[in-house]
Design a protein around this ligand. Structure first.
Ligand SMILES: [Zn+2]
Length: 444
């Protein structure tokens, strides 16, 4: 293109003004037709004639009527500005045109390539080489190159993450095929056993477990145990599945964990969908109840970060919700956890604070009687107190708070972990899997 364009520019500049005007107009009109053409690939055929027009300019212009220059004289300078040859070259496609297409529902190879002007002879030659091309799937990618005579030169079919096929046109019009296939790794199971020295995370990392997997384990077991209370010499054993590719482990995931601390065993196993359950298929996060009582009582005062305190008369946040209930009503812990406070708290009256895992805490106030001790482990639904009217209180009620990450939230609306467990067939499959995972996790 460049080789043609230079002499053209030269000739153009040597022409008398009125001829330049005519030539400019012709070019503009031809360009307009080319640009208007709806498909990019057609531009190849349409644009090449532009150059041909220019090459014939002398003959064309000599036959123009003498009055031709008058009406368009005024636009001459504009036309000159709009004829930067460099720009035109840049806008034109090269001798070959490359296209890309992502298969959507209902697409066929014939349908797609026809749409881009590739003829049936070409397409048949392709499908003769590889009949699989008749079964394109949604999401696969095709890309191809068309020569300036409109024939298909090269087609690439990205079948999936692992395989790409390339078809190259040979001289006799048939296609050669090349397939580049990424080798599929093999999953291998292995058991890593270790002792706790320092933190669990550090100990597991030393044993060769990646940190994202370690935090997954800690997250699921936090409801059963406090990782900070693990002692030196506590045991863990982790069944891990690694993807081995060319002799190297490229990816790994934990299938099962057994942790022994203080003579007690804790288990977590992964299902196919990546969730962890205990050895009986119960959810490891036992979830929260919305209310700390069997019955739902009337709310006498809502959670309100800007409440006017009825006793002090000052604006003070009401960090929980008040339920109006008779003195002596059973109060239950809303989730598994550990009692971190159980005492007379002055304005709070007798109160209890329970920590659930690493992120959650609940508090129960104005109690008549506290039934648990600090350090005690409690289970979802355990009775922990009798409600009362102690401390700064205007009547029998239970003040109940939920804290997430050290922030009080509205107990009636806060997002809390749901109770999840496996049931039916999923549970049976899971228990079978657990049976095969247990022996390798033995400590001896
Ligand atoms: Zn309250």
């Amino acid at each position: 293109m460049q080789q043609i364009a230079h002499p053209v520019t030269f000739i153009f500049n040597k022409l008398p003004l009125h001829q330049r005007v005519m030539l400019g107009s012709l070019t503009i009109i031809t360009l307009a037709v080319a640009v208007w053409s709806p498909y990019a690939y057609r531009c190849i055929k349409d644009i090449i004639p532009i150059v041909q027009h220019i090459n014939l300019n002398k003959n064309h212009l000599s036959t123009l009527p003498p009055n031709a220059k008058a009406p368009i004289h005024q636009v001459t300078s504009k036309i000159k500005e709009k004829l930067p040859i460099g720009n035109i070259r840049k806008d034109l496609p090269d001798v070959t045109a490359k296209s890309e297409y992502t298969i959507s529902s209902g697409d066929t190879l014939i349908g797609v390539l026809n749409q881009y002007g590739i003829d049936m002879e070409n397409i048949n030659a392709l499908t003769n080489r590889d009949k699989m091309l008749r079964h394109l799937k949604v999401g696969q990618k095709l890309s191809w190159t068309i020569a300036n005579d409109g024939t298909l030169q090269l087609l690439t079919w990205k079948m999936n993450q692992r395989e790409t096929r390339t078809y190259q046109c040979s001289h006799n019009g048939s296609f050669t095929m090349q397939s580049s296939k990424i080798q599929k790794g093999e999953w291998q199971k292995r058991v890593i056993k270790g002792e706790v020295h320092g933190s669990f995370a550090a100990s597991a990392q030393r044993a060769g477990i990646i940190s994202s997997e370690i935090s997954a384990v800690m997250k699921v077991l936090q409801w059963q145990m406090d990782f900070r209370k693990l002692k030196t010499g506590d045991n863990f054993s982790i069944l891990i599945s690694s993807k081995i590719l060319n002799g190297k482990s490229t990816q790994s995931k934990i299938l099962g964990v057994r942790l022994r601390s203080g003579g007690k065993d804790y288990y977590a196993f992964r299902t196919k969908d990546g969730k962890f359950y205990d050895r009986n298929g119960s959810g490891l996060a036992h979830g929260f109840m919305r209310f700390p009582t069997v019955k739902q009582y009337r709310v006498s005062s809502h959670f309100n970060p800007r409440r006017l305190n009825p006793i002090t008369g000052r604006i003070a946040p009401h960090k929980g919700v008040d339920f109006a209930l008779p003195v002596g009503t059973s109060v239950m812990t809303v989730s598994d956890g550990e009692v971190v406070a159980a005492k007379n708290g002055g304005a709070s009256g007798n109160y209890i604070a329970i920590r659930h895992g690493q992120r959650y805490m609940t508090r129960y106030m104005h109690l008549k009687k506290v039934l648990v001790k600090p350090g005690q482990k409690v289970k979802h639904g355990d009775r922990i107190a009798l409600s009362g009217n102690t401390g700064r209180s205007t009547g029998p009620h239970l003040h109940f708070e939920v804290w997430i990450n050290n922030r009080a939230v509205n107990p009636l609306t806060a997002k809390l972990p749901r109770i999840e467990g496996l049931t039916g067939k999923a549970r049976r499959n899971y228990l079978n899997q657990v049976k095969s995972y247990l022996p390798p996790l033995n400590f001896r």
